[in-house]
Design a protein around this ligand. Structure first.
Ligand code: FAD
Ligand code: ZN
Length: 466
């Protein structure tokens, strides 16, 4: 029997797509990678995933797992060969359990993150993973990429929130370890091997995640800063004053907010444009008024100390949402503006002001007038340091011709300061060469040994990461 016929028998003919418009699965979110799948296969259960993996293994056919297809490094779409099976996890979308006393949630890989946040909220609980793609990214994709987002400074990456996994291995077996245990020292940490493995070691079919009590209130504010040093002084002050109550600290440069104003003119802009605008979030165990009062006191002190030039505290939930929308619209505004050269870098927070000054200057020397869309999660040292062609130049041509040279300048500057060339988006197809070039040979050898041990046929997402 052909593989396609076998797959149809395993998951049902309507769940094996081979013709018609498969763009939703074959083209990535950035519209940079367009592949051609042998078939798009949509199993509906863990047992079906395992059966699909066994069938593909028997035919020596590669599998590219995909969740919400919001990944930004080209790791979740098939290559152009027409020989890879695109395995969509989207139909594995059941919430299996919420254990309120244990503060855990167990759900299948295809659950959309926002739906899980909402299910937790209905029980007075918080799933503290949040990113602008939460309306379409999936739990499996979040774990496969070890997603970060806007709450990492308080709660950590997806990895820190994950307690247990269910995984289909390359031999088509199911490893069930959906424990809600905070402590379990029984040998190598297999869970953490699969988290962040970008579909190269196994298929995540379900996970158990940590929850927290919902805060009684959250307050949101914008602060305008003349310099990044001012923003870091504000960060230190906010940490001292709010402790674990500081749950968001994002930064946006002037140009990134100009793009938002251009493409989303309806969004309010409570502060005048400044070189840097910080978005702060404070979660409080008491109430609205206390949260806002504490927040206003903090911002008042920062104003007096000259760390910030101006500030605005949201006065309602709607205002708060509008401030977050400003921040979360930046990736969309960039996409509207055209292609640019994206970097997702992390550095010790203390090194960021000097890094930005030196690298901005180096890029401008080489490409006069080049524009930086610089924003991100300053609280955890993670910047989206994106390079846009000079005004009037063709963005797509700039990307095609200059990407390599731009990357060399940026990544050398990052490496010189002890940083990482991929903070939260992963390696995928985009940064595979960078990994080979910049990761230590000892680390690469261990990674290859793990890959060979867990996926000896090289079936899972070949050509990605390693
Ligand atoms: P996909 O894009 O479908 O897949 C991503 C990778 O995981 C691929 O390599 C794929 O093969 C693999 N994979 C997917 N599901 C599975 C599975 N079940 N088992 C094994 N492997 C699997 N990321 C951040 O970290 N922080 C952010 O703040 C952030 N903001 C974003 C904002 C926007 C507007 C967009 C478009 C993306 C953003 N991202 C961010 C990137 C992306 O949303 C995350 O990486 C997300 O976690 C990917 O989830 P997904 O379900 O869309 O995965
Ligand atoms: Zn981000």
């Amino acid at each position: 029997m052909t593989l396609i016929a076998e797959l149809r028998a395993l998951v049902g003919a309507p769940q094996v797509l081979t013709e018609g418009d498969l763009t939703a699965w074959e083209l990535d979110w950035r519209r940079r990678w367009r592949g051609k799948a042998l078939a798009v296969v949509r199993p509906g259960s863990t047992a079906e995933v395992a059966a699909v993996v066994r069938a593909c293994a028997a035919h020596g056919t590669a599998i590219v797992p995909q969740g919400g297809n919001t990944g930004l490094v080209g790791g979740g779409v098939p290559d152009a060969s027409g020989r890879q099976v695109l395995l969509s996890l989207q139909r594995l979308n059941r919430l299996r359990a919420i254990d309120a006393a244990n503060l855990t949630l167990t759900a299948e890989a295809g659950c959309v993150l926002q739906a899980l946040q909402e299910a937790a909220r209905q029980q007075g609980l918080l799933l503290p993973l949040s990113l602008a793609a939460e309306g379409s990214c999936t739990l499996g994709g979040n774990l496969a990429t070890n997603a970060g987002g806007t709450q990492v400074l308080r709660w950590g990456n997806a990895r820190e929130l994950c307690l247990g996994l269910e995984v289909v291995t390359a031999s088509g077996e199911v490893w069930q370890s959906l424990t809600g245990l905070r402590k379990d020292n029984t040998g190598y940490d297999l869970r953490d091997l699969f988290v962040g493995s970008e579909g190269t070691l196994g298929i995540i079919t379900a996970a158990t995640m940590k929850l927290a009590p919902l805060p009684a209130a959250t307050a949101t504010a914008l602060a305008a800063c003349e310099t990044l040093d001012g923003a870091l002084a504000l960060l230190a002050r906010a940490r001292r004053r709010l402790g674990a109550g500081l749950t968001g600290f994002e930064v946006m440069n002037r140009f990134s907010l100009e793009l938002v104003a251009r493409h989303f003119p309806a969004l309010p802009r409570p502060l005048a444009p400044a070189p840097w605008t910080v978005l702060l979030e404070h979660s409080d165990t008491e109430g609205e008024e206390q949260a806002r009062a504490r927040f206003e006191a903090l911002l008042g002190e920062a104003l007096e100390a000259g760390e910030i030039a101006d500030a605005a505290v949201a006065e309602s939930l709607a205002q708060s949402k509008a401030l977050w929308q400003l921040r979360e619209s930046i990736p969309l505004a960039q996409a509207e503006e055209g292609q640019n050269i994206k970097h997702d870098i992390s550095l010790p927070v203390s090194a960021i002001p000097e890094f930005v000054a030196a690298t901005d200057a180096a890029l401008d020397r080489r490409w006069p007038g080049v524009r930086l869309v610089d924003f991100g999660h300053l609280g955890d040292g993670n910047l989206h340091y994106n390079v846009q062609a000079p005004a009037g130049a063709d963005g797509a041509a700039f990307l095609a011709e200059q990407e390599h040279a731009v990357n060399e300048i940026v990544y050398d500057a990052v490496a010189a300061r002890g940083g990482s060339f991929s903070a939260e988006h992963g390696v995928g197809a985009l940064k595979r060469e960078e990994l080979a070039l910049r990761k230590s040979p000892v680390a690469l050898a261990m990674m290859r040994a793990i890959k060979a041990a867990l996926d000896p046929q090289g079936l899972f997402n070949p050509g990605r990461m390693l």
